[in-house]
Write a protein that binds this ligand. Structure first.
Ligand code: SF4
Length: 697
């Protein structure tokens, strides 16, 4: 009876929206149960380390609250009243409502909506094939990466950088604007290895003393949205102190003398006033950057989620070009490797059917779109039908009150394909149960490293759960949408995509588990020139024409500063809103995923906001007291946590709790704005002015 059942160990890849995309080893019992999940030791980036939330993934897969059968709404919108329905009836109903929407307003009235709940290409992006085939409204993806990628590419010309594993060979690792301890633990693996084996220093730049800052030798604590000022002051010191590499600058950059002249007035005193960071700390950072050849700048996403975010990312990326750190192994800069994989995803996405005249709708402006804003709708018809996969906009999208008003529309039909009854699923007309990554076949690329990884189906799904592919294909058939991709299995799609992209076959990937796509040293370090026609890094980008236009421009770039600078377009505090709020990621959650797992909920405790003790004292707010934060977009109730690891006037709410976890059902994104970040759109999640008050009752 007590005989120990030995699991088999199967290879997989983490599907979540995290740059690491860890190579996993999953314990499997029988054909329906998983056990512990571990990081693959022999993957050079994962190196055996994964985060705690994925290590206990069995909690998610075998969670009692998983959706297991299709549901049809029986009560009013958002009432949570649903009744079971068969798959055939559910898909018939969705198809009927899509056809009705198309007949009334044309195909653009249907808006397929997705995001990164899975990063697998087959399951995440197959929905594009349906929309291209049907000419439904396009999905302009802005919510996460747009400002950051634009800012990095503005300098280098390409979304790629020095091999992330080189951090372990560095003498200075600068972790800028990403709390890697919470969000991509593998960065810490390689940075701390450099410290242990080489005596490397770690500098962290952030807006609060989070886990990463606490591990740094030099934590650089600044106010949100002021990274451009910090970067300028560091470069000012590099030029002033003779630590600029003029040989490198003359060979590899576009306007070094103009930059040096421009930075003369951007000294540490100037930056200190803007950032709140002491002059001595800025000087110390500049000295380390200037005197360490192997300096690796690991630039994260967080600091780009600001109205000046793209400009700040570009400014930070300029430092390695001033010092010439790119020349050295363990030196240079890195943000994301999206530019190295050159996948031909045409079979998955149906891009051969793309009609450029079909309108694109901005993901981040879903509230304005669903409430009929003519500008957001780009002059086209209203959206009256949606299919939503892998995302939870009623919780994660900015300007939440407007989003909720949109979803409450009686004339809007919404089908949500999900794993749990999320805030968005609750607002749906039809809810379909979705598989998790161990229950379907898919493949992934790692933005934070250089691998293509396979995540095969390992167990049978519970109940009647179906994969995204198993929803898209039968729906396409009902809608008369045609494309060869609808006739292929996920494994056939993976195999064909790898072959078309020059990365071998599925069988080869299955045997190897991952493909190392790292370019050679000279290419990764741009030693043959940066990815502009003249080979020069751009200190002075042509912002409206930065070669990052996977999507279209939301608006013409306004007066973006021509050279790195502090661009003063953030929501500055004012007398009515004396605080600046950033909504940083919590360790136990990943966007709105894992908010359902008991261990994560226990570790995160409850929605809280960190406030400096002196700010709290001035308002007679005690530690743990329930308070209200608000601005013109709405108000949120949560608990105060007194914390002296923020600058005065700055508030940090580690998120993202479901709306129902807040006293009055309003989530933290009630406070965030959906106005597009320049120059190509995005959401400024960490750039909010707010008032704060005690609750009187
Ligand atoms: S660190 Fe990121 S990629 Fe790795 S297991 Fe955790 S969530 Fe997944």
């Amino acid at each position: 009876m007590n005989e120990t059942v030995r699991p088999r160990i199967a290879a997989s890849a983490c599907p979540h929206d995290c740059p690491s995309t860890c190579a996993l080893e999953v314990e499997i019992f029988g054909n329906r149960t998983i056990g512990r999940v571990r990081g693959a030791q022999d993957n050079a980036y994962t190196a055996g380390v994964i985060c705690a939330k994925v290590a206990r993934y069995a909690e998610r897969v075998h969670h009692p609250d998983r959706l297991k059968q299709p549901l049809r709404r029986t009560g009013t919108k958002g009432s949570g009243q649903f009744a079971p329905i068969s798959w055939d009836d559910a898909l018939d109903l969705v198809a009927e409502r899509f056809i009705r929407a198309e007949q009334a307003h044309g195909p653009e009235a249907v808006w397929p909506y997705l995001y990164a709940g899975t990063m697998g290409f087959v399951m995440r992006d197959g929905i594009h094939r349906l929309r291209h085939a049907k000419k439904y409204s396009g999905f302009f993806s802005t919510i996460c990466v747009n400002p950051a990628w634009t800012g990095f590419v503005a300098g280098t010309g390409k979304l790629a950088g020095a091999d992330p594993r080189e951090m372990a060979k560095s003498d200075l690792v600068v972790i800028w604007g990403t709390n890697a301890v919470n969000t991509q633990v593998n960065v810490m693996t390689h940075a701390t290895r450099a410290r242990k084996e080489r005596g490397a220093k770690i500098v962290a730049v952030d807006v609060y003393m989070n886990g990463t800052m606490r591990q740094a030798d030099l934590p650089v604590l600044i106010r949100p949205g002021t990274d451009g000022a910090l970067a300028c002051a560091v470069m000012h010191c590099l030029f002033r102190d003779g630590n600029a590499d003029w040989d490198y600058l003359d060979r590899y950059t576009d306007a070094p003398r103009e930059l040096a002249e421009h930075l003369r007035t951007r000294d540490p005193q100037w930056a200190s006033r803007i950032t709140g960071c002491p002059v001595e700390t800025i000087e110390a950072f500049a000295r380390l950057a200037g005197e360490t050849k192997r300096a690796y700048f690991r630039l994260g996403y967080g600091f780009a989620r600001s109205r000046n975010g793209a400009i700040n990312m570009h400014a930070a990326s300029c430092i390695a070009a001033v010092t010439g750190a790119w020349r050295y192994e363990g030196g240079g800069a890195f943000h994301n490797n999206g530019g190295i994989f050159h996948l031909d995803a045409s079979l998955i996405e149906g891009t051969d059917l793309r009609d450029p005249s079909v309108r694109m709708l901005d993901q981040s402006r879903i509230g304005a779109i669903l409430t009929g804003d003519a500008d957001a709708l780009r002059g086209g018809p209203p959206v009256t039908a949606m299919l939503i996969q892998n995302t939870n906009p009623v919780s994660v999208a900015p300007d939440q009150e407007t989003v909720k008003r949109g979803f409450a529309r009686e004339d809007l039909f919404v089908c949500v394909h999900e794993q749990f009854m999320t805030d968005t699923a609750k607002m749906a007309d039809v809810v379909l149960p979705a598989t998790m990554f161990v229950e379907h076949d898919d493949f992934y690329t790692a933005g934070g490293s250089q691998y293509i990884l396979l995540g095969p189906k390992l167990i049978e799904p519970p109940g009647e759960c179906r994969s995204n592919h198993e929803v898209i294909c039968p729906l396409a058939k009902r809608l008369g949408a045609e494309h060869p991709g609808f006739a292929l299995t996920p494994r056939e799609l993976i195999d064909a995509t790898l072959r078309k992209s020059g990365w071998g076959t599925l069988a080869e990937l299955e045997a190897k588990r991952w493909i190392d796509c790292q370019p050679d040293f000279a290419t990764a370090h741009y030693l043959n020139g940066f990815a502009y026609p003249d080979g020069k890094f751009r200190f002075k980008p042509d912002w409206p024409n930065v070669p990052f236009r996977r999507w279209h421009r939301t608006h013409d770039a306004p007066s973006v500063p021509p050279l790195p600078d502090h661009w003063d377009v953030i929501e500055e505090a004012d007398s009515e809103h004396p605080f600046r709020l950033a909504t940083s990621p919590a360790r136990g959650f990943l966007n709105s995923s894992f908010t359902e797992t008991p261990t994560s909920r226990r570790s995160e405790k409850r929605p809280e906001v960190m406030i400096h003790p002196e700010d709290a004292a001035a308002l007679a707010i005690a530690d743990g007291e329930e308070i209200r934060l608000g601005n013109r977009r709405g108000a949120v109730r949560l608990h105060a946590r007194l914390f002296d690891g923020v600058r005065r006037g700055v508030l940090i709410a580690e998120s993202l709790w479901p709306n129902s976890a807040y006293a009055d059902g309003r989530g933290i994104n009630t406070l965030t704005g959906a106005d597009p970040v320049a120059p190509f759109g995005g959401a400024a999640f960490h750039d909010n002015k707010v008032w704060l008050e005690k609750l009187t009752t």
